[in-house]
Design a protein around this ligand. Sequence first.
Ligand SMILES: Nc1ncnc2c1ncn2[C@@H]1O[C@H](COP(=O)(O)OP(=O)(O)OP(=O)(O)O)[C@@H](O)[C@H]1O
Ligand SMILES: [Mg+2]
Length: 215
Amino acid sequence: MVEYGHGEGRVRALDSVSLEVGPRERLALRGRSGSGKTTLLHALGGLVEPTSGEVELDGRLLATLDDEARRGIRASSIAYVFQGANLLPTFTGFENVAFAIRATSSPDAPVDPLMLLRLVGLADKAEHLPGEMSGGERQRVALARALGQHPALLLCDEPTGQLDSDTGTRILDLIDALQREFGFALVTATHDEHVAARHDRVLVLEEGRFAEARA
Ligand SMILES: Nc1ncnc2c1ncn2[C@@H]1O[C@H](COP(=O)(O)OP(=O)(O)OP(=O)(O)O)[C@@H](O)[C@H]1O
Ligand SMILES: [Mg+2]
Protein backbone atom coordinates (compact mmCIF):
# COMPACT_ATOMS: atom_id res chain seq x y z
CA MET A 1 0.00 0.00 0.00
CA VAL A 2 1.19 3.52 -0.70
CA GLU A 3 -0.46 6.50 0.95
CA TYR A 4 0.49 10.12 0.46
CA GLY A 5 0.00 12.90 2.99
CA HIS A 6 -1.56 12.91 6.43
CA GLY A 7 -4.95 13.31 8.10
CA GLU A 8 -7.76 14.75 6.02
CA GLY A 9 -5.69 15.03 2.87
CA ARG A 10 -4.48 11.46 2.97
CA VAL A 11 -4.58 9.73 -0.43
CA ARG A 12 -4.39 5.97 -0.81
CA ALA A 13 -2.63 5.73 -4.16
CA LEU A 14 -2.04 1.96 -4.10
CA ASP A 15 -3.98 -0.67 -2.21
CA SER A 16 -3.49 -4.45 -2.10
CA VAL A 17 -1.27 -4.42 -5.16
CA SER A 18 1.03 -7.36 -5.59
CA LEU A 19 3.09 -8.21 -8.61
CA GLU A 20 6.20 -10.01 -9.69
CA VAL A 21 8.32 -9.05 -12.67
CA GLY A 22 10.45 -11.80 -14.13
CA PRO A 23 13.84 -11.40 -15.79
CA ARG A 24 13.45 -10.01 -19.35
CA GLU A 25 9.71 -9.73 -18.88
CA ARG A 26 7.89 -6.83 -20.57
CA LEU A 27 5.01 -5.66 -18.43
CA ALA A 28 2.61 -2.79 -19.07
CA LEU A 29 0.73 -0.92 -16.35
CA ARG A 30 -2.35 0.62 -17.86
CA GLY A 31 -4.90 2.86 -16.19
CA ARG A 32 -6.40 6.28 -16.37
CA SER A 33 -4.89 9.40 -14.91
CA GLY A 34 -4.55 9.14 -11.14
CA SER A 35 -4.97 5.35 -11.05
CA GLY A 36 -1.56 4.85 -9.44
CA LYS A 37 0.75 3.93 -12.33
CA THR A 38 3.54 6.36 -11.49
CA THR A 39 3.24 5.54 -7.81
CA LEU A 40 3.69 1.85 -8.58
CA LEU A 41 6.73 2.55 -10.78
CA HIS A 42 8.21 4.66 -8.00
CA ALA A 43 7.57 1.91 -5.47
CA LEU A 44 9.21 -0.66 -7.77
CA GLY A 45 12.20 1.61 -8.16
CA GLY A 46 12.50 2.37 -4.47
CA LEU A 47 11.72 6.07 -4.96
CA VAL A 48 8.63 5.79 -2.78
CA GLU A 49 8.46 3.62 0.30
CA PRO A 50 5.25 1.62 0.72
CA THR A 51 3.21 2.57 3.79
CA SER A 52 2.72 -1.15 4.22
CA GLY A 53 3.93 -4.10 2.20
CA GLU A 54 7.34 -4.64 0.75
CA VAL A 55 9.43 -4.50 -2.38
CA GLU A 56 11.91 -7.25 -3.10
CA LEU A 57 14.60 -6.93 -5.70
CA ASP A 58 16.72 -9.91 -6.65
CA GLY A 59 15.76 -11.58 -3.39
CA ARG A 60 16.61 -8.57 -1.24
CA LEU A 61 13.94 -6.62 0.63
CA LEU A 62 14.47 -2.91 -0.08
CA ALA A 63 13.09 -1.89 3.33
CA THR A 64 15.73 -3.91 5.18
CA LEU A 65 18.60 -2.11 3.47
CA ASP A 66 20.13 1.13 4.66
CA ASP A 67 19.93 4.20 2.43
CA GLU A 68 23.33 3.68 0.93
CA ALA A 69 22.72 0.04 0.02
CA ARG A 70 19.36 0.99 -1.43
CA ARG A 71 20.92 3.77 -3.48
CA GLY A 72 23.53 1.32 -4.68
CA ILE A 73 20.92 -1.18 -5.85
CA ARG A 74 18.90 1.53 -7.49
CA ALA A 75 21.87 2.88 -9.31
CA SER A 76 23.22 -0.46 -10.41
CA SER A 77 20.05 -2.26 -11.46
CA ILE A 78 17.17 0.11 -12.09
CA ALA A 79 16.87 2.81 -14.71
CA TYR A 80 14.05 5.24 -15.34
CA VAL A 81 12.73 6.98 -18.38
CA PHE A 82 10.48 9.65 -16.95
CA GLN A 83 7.54 11.22 -18.67
CA GLY A 84 8.92 14.20 -20.56
CA ALA A 85 12.46 12.78 -20.41
CA ASN A 86 13.66 14.89 -17.43
CA LEU A 87 17.04 15.76 -18.89
CA LEU A 88 19.35 18.19 -17.15
CA PRO A 89 18.61 21.37 -19.11
CA THR A 90 22.05 22.97 -18.95
CA PHE A 91 23.85 19.78 -19.99
CA THR A 92 24.21 18.68 -23.61
CA GLY A 93 22.92 15.30 -24.77
CA PHE A 94 26.42 13.88 -24.40
CA GLU A 95 26.80 15.32 -20.90
CA ASN A 96 23.39 14.03 -19.80
CA VAL A 97 24.37 10.50 -20.78
CA ALA A 98 27.93 10.80 -19.45
CA PHE A 99 26.66 12.10 -16.11
CA ALA A 100 24.41 9.07 -15.62
CA ILE A 101 27.21 6.69 -16.57
CA ARG A 102 29.64 8.32 -14.15
CA ALA A 103 27.07 8.21 -11.37
CA THR A 104 26.19 4.57 -11.81
CA SER A 105 28.49 2.28 -13.70
CA SER A 106 31.46 0.48 -12.27
CA PRO A 107 34.82 2.01 -13.14
CA ASP A 108 36.06 -1.25 -14.67
CA ALA A 109 33.29 -1.24 -17.28
CA PRO A 110 33.29 2.24 -18.75
CA VAL A 111 30.59 2.99 -21.29
CA ASP A 112 31.01 5.47 -24.10
CA PRO A 113 28.18 8.04 -24.08
CA LEU A 114 28.62 8.62 -27.80
CA MET A 115 28.18 4.92 -28.49
CA LEU A 116 24.85 4.99 -26.63
CA LEU A 117 23.71 8.12 -28.48
CA ARG A 118 24.63 6.40 -31.73
CA LEU A 119 22.51 3.43 -30.66
CA VAL A 120 19.44 5.66 -30.36
CA GLY A 121 20.31 7.46 -33.61
CA LEU A 122 21.33 10.74 -32.03
CA ALA A 123 25.10 11.01 -32.34
CA ASP A 124 24.62 14.20 -34.37
CA LYS A 125 22.78 15.87 -31.47
CA ALA A 126 25.39 15.00 -28.85
CA GLU A 127 26.42 18.64 -28.38
CA HIS A 128 22.87 20.00 -28.34
CA LEU A 129 21.13 21.12 -25.17
CA PRO A 130 17.74 19.51 -24.40
CA GLY A 131 16.10 22.84 -25.25
CA GLU A 132 17.50 22.51 -28.77
CA MET A 133 15.99 19.05 -29.31
CA SER A 134 12.54 17.80 -30.24
CA GLY A 135 10.46 15.85 -27.73
CA GLY A 136 11.25 12.56 -29.45
CA GLU A 137 14.96 13.36 -29.47
CA ARG A 138 14.90 14.18 -25.76
CA GLN A 139 13.11 10.88 -25.15
CA ARG A 140 15.86 9.04 -27.04
CA VAL A 141 18.57 10.78 -25.00
CA ALA A 142 16.68 9.69 -21.88
CA LEU A 143 16.77 6.12 -23.21
CA ALA A 144 20.49 6.33 -23.94
CA ARG A 145 21.02 7.66 -20.44
CA ALA A 146 19.00 4.80 -18.93
CA LEU A 147 20.97 2.22 -20.95
CA GLY A 148 24.20 3.67 -19.62
CA GLN A 149 23.17 2.27 -16.26
CA HIS A 150 23.11 -1.31 -17.59
CA PRO A 151 19.81 -1.82 -15.82
CA ALA A 152 18.30 -5.19 -14.98
CA LEU A 153 14.98 -3.34 -14.84
CA LEU A 154 13.91 -0.40 -16.98
CA LEU A 155 10.95 1.62 -15.76
CA CYS A 156 9.30 3.80 -18.41
CA ASP A 157 6.63 6.32 -17.39
CA GLU A 158 4.48 7.29 -20.39
CA PRO A 159 7.48 7.07 -22.75
CA THR A 160 5.40 8.29 -25.67
CA GLY A 161 2.85 10.44 -23.87
CA GLN A 162 3.90 13.68 -25.51
CA LEU A 163 4.83 12.40 -28.95
CA ASP A 164 2.93 12.06 -32.20
CA SER A 165 1.98 8.47 -32.96
CA ASP A 166 4.69 7.88 -35.61
CA THR A 167 7.44 9.15 -33.35
CA GLY A 168 5.91 7.24 -30.45
CA THR A 169 5.97 4.03 -32.46
CA ARG A 170 9.61 4.60 -33.38
CA ILE A 171 10.53 5.08 -29.71
CA LEU A 172 8.64 1.92 -28.73
CA ASP A 173 10.31 -0.05 -31.55
CA LEU A 174 13.65 1.23 -30.29
CA ILE A 175 12.86 0.18 -26.70
CA ASP A 176 11.88 -3.28 -28.00
CA ALA A 177 15.09 -3.65 -29.98
CA LEU A 178 17.22 -2.51 -27.06
CA GLN A 179 15.34 -4.82 -24.71
CA ARG A 180 16.08 -7.78 -26.98
CA GLU A 181 19.72 -6.82 -27.18
CA PHE A 182 20.35 -5.96 -23.52
CA GLY A 183 17.80 -8.30 -21.93
CA PHE A 184 16.50 -6.01 -19.19
CA ALA A 185 13.03 -6.43 -17.71
CA LEU A 186 10.70 -3.61 -18.75
CA VAL A 187 7.78 -2.04 -16.93
CA THR A 188 5.93 0.65 -18.87
CA ALA A 189 3.21 2.88 -17.44
CA THR A 190 0.79 4.07 -20.08
CA HIS A 191 -2.83 5.14 -20.50
CA ASP A 192 -2.68 3.96 -24.14
CA GLU A 193 -3.99 0.45 -24.78
CA HIS A 194 -2.07 0.15 -28.04
CA VAL A 195 1.17 0.86 -26.24
CA ALA A 196 0.19 -1.59 -23.49
CA ALA A 197 -0.66 -4.33 -26.02
CA ARG A 198 2.97 -4.43 -27.22
CA HIS A 199 4.03 -5.97 -23.88
CA ASP A 200 4.04 -9.60 -22.72
CA ARG A 201 1.60 -8.84 -19.94
CA VAL A 202 -0.82 -6.01 -19.20
CA LEU A 203 -2.06 -5.09 -15.74
CA VAL A 204 -4.81 -2.50 -15.44
CA LEU A 205 -4.90 -0.19 -12.43
CA GLU A 206 -8.14 1.32 -11.23
CA GLU A 207 -8.03 3.61 -8.22
CA GLY A 208 -4.91 1.96 -6.89
CA ARG A 209 -5.97 -1.64 -7.43
CA PHE A 210 -5.52 -4.13 -10.25
CA ALA A 211 -8.73 -4.43 -12.22
CA GLU A 212 -8.00 -7.20 -14.67
CA ALA A 213 -5.05 -9.17 -15.91
CA ARG A 214 -4.53 -10.15 -19.51
CA ALA A 215 -1.90 -12.34 -21.03
N1 LIG B 1 3.19 13.31 -4.00
C1 LIG B 1 1.87 13.10 -3.89
N2 LIG B 1 1.18 13.59 -2.84
C2 LIG B 1 -0.15 13.36 -2.70
N3 LIG B 1 -0.87 12.64 -3.57
C3 LIG B 1 -0.25 12.14 -4.64
C4 LIG B 1 1.15 12.34 -4.86
N4 LIG B 1 1.50 11.73 -6.02
C5 LIG B 1 0.37 11.16 -6.49
N5 LIG B 1 -0.67 11.40 -5.67
C6 LIG B 1 -2.05 10.90 -5.82
O1 LIG B 1 -1.99 9.48 -5.90
C7 LIG B 1 -2.88 8.99 -6.88
C8 LIG B 1 -2.11 8.19 -7.93
O2 LIG B 1 -1.24 9.07 -8.62
P1 LIG B 1 -0.23 8.57 -9.76
O3 LIG B 1 0.67 9.69 -10.08
O4 LIG B 1 0.40 7.31 -9.31
O5 LIG B 1 -1.25 8.28 -10.96
P2 LIG B 1 -0.96 7.93 -12.47
O6 LIG B 1 -1.75 6.70 -12.77
O7 LIG B 1 0.48 7.89 -12.73
O8 LIG B 1 -1.63 9.16 -13.23
P3 LIG B 1 -1.20 9.89 -14.63
O9 LIG B 1 -1.67 8.99 -15.74
O10 LIG B 1 -1.95 11.18 -14.59
O11 LIG B 1 0.27 10.08 -14.63
C9 LIG B 1 -3.62 10.21 -7.42
O12 LIG B 1 -4.84 10.34 -6.72
C10 LIG B 1 -2.69 11.34 -7.11
O13 LIG B 1 -3.42 12.55 -6.95
MG1 LIG C 1 1.75 9.05 -13.92
